[in-house]
Design a protein around this ligand. Structure first.
Ligand SMILES: Nc1ncnc2c1ncn2[C@@H]1O[C@H](COP(=O)(O)OP(=O)(O)OP(=O)(O)O)[C@@H](O)[C@H]1O
Ligand SMILES: [Mg+2]
Length: 311
């Protein structure tokens, strides 16, 4: 376990150690979330590094990462806990076979059996319950609740309870409370609004597309094989694309993918043909590709070359 960062600069440096390049405002939100022991709620477009934050935090702080991937219909038995029915059944059969519990045995024996089969031994812990357990070194884990907007409202209401007290009530067993609150990162792609009550418990940060300088820094770290000139042109091109009215703008993930694709093609700089032929690494809708391919790509590329020549 590594100690929590003690300043905003310290937080940014911690993330940079795992090649995550954070804006000052994100480092601030994260520092405060850690210091105030509050969940951090990250909203933003796809591929801008929301999920990555939790992974990087767990890595650099040497904590266990507990991930709850949300989806429509996510329920308590997948998110919190479930009784291990097959094992419970076997236990009952064994008790019957050994004669400990049968028609003739008393109420006390049956009561004891039902207590036994609803003990922790028969409990299957799912992510939210796992996140309440500290590691062997006593460190609380990092809990990533990813893409919360995909679940439905009843689940959100349940989550609210867990996030308020960091405890889970199991009717047959009692209440399980975290010794130490986990570090919680919640992400959403904003396909719907998350309830105010959940947001109120969290610190909120909108993760935006990076500016050119930050995106270049990300590329230097994530695609170190790319020529400097190529990276500069890619960043300038992508930054221009993001100003266009496209159905789906490219995220950082796409910029990294495109760069890796161009490196695989041994490109040292962009040219119109290569751009046209590799747009699929950057844009994922045929309409968007259709709009950019050809004359638009050529125009953007001319702007990019001119910008870099005068820089
Ligand atoms: N600021 C950053 N520094 C370094 N790498 C980044 C940064 N932002 C994004 N990336 C990289 O971009 C990729 C996508 O990031 P991630 O999966 O976290 O995006 P996301 O916001 O969770 O997207 P989605 O909404 O699609 O799940 C990762 O490989 C990550 O390393
Ligand atoms: Mg994600």
């Amino acid at each position: 376990m590594i100690n929590l960062p003690t300043s905003i600069d310290d937080t940014a440096a911690l993330l940079a150690r795992a090649d995550y390049v954070a804006e000052r405002s994100l480092a601030t939100a994260l520092f405060l979330a850690l210091k105030m022991e509050r969940p951090l709620f990250l909203e933003g477009e796809a591929g801008v590094g929301k999920t990555e934050i939790a992974k990087v935090l767990a890595d650099t702080l040497e904590r266990r990462l507990v991930r709850l991937q949300c989806y429509e219909g996510l329920d308590i038995s997948s998110a919190v806990y479930e009784w291990n029915y097959p094992r419970q059944m076997i236990e009952i059969r064994l008790a019957e076979a050994s004669g400990k519990v049968n028609e003739a045995s008393g109420q006390a024996a049956r009561k004891k059996l039902s207590q036994d089969i609803f003990s922790e031994q028969f409990l299957i812990k799912r992510p939210l319950l796992q996140a309440l357990e500290a590691g062997a070194d006593g460190a609380a884990p990092v809990l990533l609740i990813d893409e919360l907007d995909r679940t439905d409202e009843p689940f959100e209401a349940y989550l609210l309870e867990v996030l308020s007290d960091y405890q889970v009530s199991i009717p047959e067993l009692g209440t399980i409370k975290a010794d130490k609150p986990p570090i919680v990162i919640i992400t959403s792609n904003r396909t719907r609004e998350i309830h105010d009550a959940v947001k109120r418990r969290c610190l909120y940060h909108w993760v935006d597309y990076p500016d050119a300088a930050r995106e270049l820094d990300i590329l230097r770290r994530k695609a170190p094989g790319a020529a400097e000139r190529l990276s500069q042109e890619i960043v300038a091109f992508v930054q221009r694309l993001r100003k266009m009215d496209l159905f789906k703008l490219p995220g950082v993930a796409e910029t990294i993918d495109w760069t890796k694709a161009l490196v695989a093609l041994d490109q040292l700089a962009l040219d119109p043909d290569t751009v046209n032929n590799t747009l699929g690494a950057l844009l994922k809708y045929q309409d968007d590709i259709g709009r950019v391919r050809g004359s638009e790509a050529e125009r953007l590329l001319a702007e990019v070359k001119a910008e870099i020549a005068t820089a």
